[in-house]
Ligand binder design. Structure first.
Ligand code: SF4
Length: 360
């Protein structure tokens, strides 16, 4: 394996990827300052939510972004849509640098890039009818044509009864509410939809229906998805490529099959080992229990941010601590194979099992 610095444009394209990226981010960073003082607020520390994140994805592709709760994936989603401002880095959308665009200049971009939220209960206004909710984008962007007809067509397309146009969101089940969210995101025929944990609040029996709907819509409307989830079992089924995040950093990026069959980063291997058998075909079948909690993003570890919990690093020294380069130098994103990138000084060999002491 060669550890090389990889420029963003070299990140692998899936078989679906054609042409230029629809969206790319380079060295994207977000720090939330922590301030003290009543009158003169002074910054005393910062939460480092997203750190130097670089990736690109292409028209028609689904890029999965996975990691534990608090790893920075939802912040990344909000950054790429400029719902919050980045502290640093560059965001390109459809060939345009949108990093420093004002709210007003972002308006045409907002038509092209929409979001589906995690909680279909909280993301819909209970005082609005479903017709009003789905019709909101048409009113904001002052589109032509009869709104009611367009909304009812959309309701029909996402599997809702168009005759329920005047019902309120609380009259719908969780799965139906998420279909309302999908219809609202689809209203302006965007190119990109960011799906932030779109099925995690739903009953398992309903999840597959919503995922199938998203796949059908992708085909029909030539959509590109950024699909965010903590659930590797879900992400595998919908993604062409997957990026794994830990403590604000992307630590591995590969095609879905490559990542599941040949994980290189010890953190990815640990995550995969927790996926129920049958939902994934990871090389590691023993469950790997990571010791300790995820460190605080206010004071992240030096070097490789995973080093305090990394079972591989312990193996390298026979259980006597962590190698110096893991503790001191953040590993660059290295190319493992044509379709596979990993940020680790000692990536796993194919079939390599992690240290027994770290297993359950
Ligand atoms: Fe573990 Fe070292 Fe690789 Fe980090 S760089 S994941 S500590 S082996």
């Amino acid at each position: 394996m060669s550890q090389v610095d990889t420029p963003p444009e070299d990140f692998v394209r899936s078989s679906k990827a054609r042409g230029d990226p629809l969206l790319s981010v380079e060295n994207l960073t977000k720090r939330f300052p922590i301030k003290r003082g009543v009158v003169f607020q002074k910054e005393v520390a910062a939460v480092q939510a997203v750190e130097d994140v670089t990736f690109a994805f292409f028209p028609g592709e689904t890029l999965g972004l996975v990691g534990e709760s608090g790893c920075g994936k939802s912040t990344t989603a909000r950054l790429v849509l400029k719902l919050i401002e980045a502290s640093g880095g560059k965001i390109m959308f459809d060939g345009q640098d949108i990093t420093n665009l004002s709210r007003r200049d972002m308006r045409p971009i907002r038509r092209e890039a929409q979001m589906i939220f995690q909680d279909p209960y909280a993301s819909l206004n209970p005082r609005q009818t479903v017709g009003s909710i789905i019709g909101t984008p048409y009113r904001i962007h002052k589109t032509e044509g009869e709104t009611k007809k367009k909304v009812q067509d959309l309701m029909d397309r996402v599997g809702l009864n168009p005759e329920h146009y005047n019902r309120y969101s609380h009259e719908f089940s969780g799965g139906q509410r998420q279909r309302i969210g999908v219809a609202r995101a689809l209203a302006l025929r965007p190119k990109l939809i960011v799906c932030d944990e779109p099925v995690s609040a739903l009953d398992v029996s309903i999840q597959a229906q919503v995922l199938n709907l998203l796949e059908d819509l992708q085909e029909e409307f030539k959509l590109t998805y950024l699909f965010i989830s903590h659930d590797l079992g879900v992400v595998r089924h919908v993604s062409d490529r997957i990026a794994v995040m830990y403590l604000g950093h992307i630590v591995e990026l590969a095609t879905a099959d490559e990542l599941y069959n040949n994980p290189k980063h010890p953190y990815t291997a640990a995550l995969l080992s927790a996926v129920p058998k049958g939902a994934a075909t990871a090389q590691l079948t023993d469950r790997i229990v990571l010791e300790g909690d995820v460190p605080s993003p206010v004071n992240p570890p030096s070097g490789c941010v995973f080093h305090p919990r990394c079972p591989k690093a312990m193996t390298l020294t026979g259980g006597n601590g962590v190698p110096d380069n893991c503790r001191e130098g953040f590993p660059p994103m290295g190319q493992v194979s044509e379709n596979h990138f990993c940020a680790c000084w000692y990536p796993l060999e194919k079939g390599e099992k992690l240290h027994r002491a770290a297993h359950q």
